[in-house]
Design a binder for this molecule. Sequence first.
Ligand SMILES: [Fe+2]
Length: 230
Amino acid sequence: MFDIHSHVLPFVDDGSSSLESSLDLIKTEMANGVTDIMLTPHFKRGIYDYGVDELKEKFLAFKEETRKAGLNVNLYLGQEVYCDRYVYDHIKEGKVLTLNGTRYILIEFDYFTETDILDYVYNIVMLGYKPIIAHIERYSYLDWNTIFDLKQMGALIQVNAFSITGDFGRQFQKKVISAIKKGLIDFVASDVHSGRDCVMQKAYKTLLKHAGRTLTDRVFKHNAEQLFKN
Ligand SMILES: [Fe+2]
């Protein structure tokens, strides 16, 4: 299984504040059947804005720690980029990381303040990138009919595993599973932080019951596999 959205890298955002808890997160991912993890620390201007070189250094050091701990897992580096009006400059100037050096960029928005997601997607695509919208189910103002339009524009869509298991409420679960069945969702990911359970395996099994193997494997494995290979 592949996980394209996680906050496992220590000391860079609200994901993990110690090496130990980061290694524990990796162990939990592995216990869930995840073999390949994209580490996507937050980029939020003025709050989490480490330089890309510093992040790469921290990533390599962490990778070495996982090797020393005997954890057999494939790790990649990206970022989860919060979109505000400066985001285009940050992308153009190379101040934010794409996923594993590809043209794919994981983006997020304010959960509650109405944001023109279509406009951001349009402009990021125009810059030559492929935006992946993180946890689409969390934007309370988003009309889900626009997911189709977002995809037409070139966006890919991610939902969180705990929205499928029902841990985030039944309403969410129904909505998300129905969107997956309609082919609107490209990826399920953990968005794991220390102190939050990784429920990838539980979500996989839940979706398997509702949507069958082909569709389940597509959103948990095959689409991400393509992305990791660019
Ligand atoms: Fe996240």
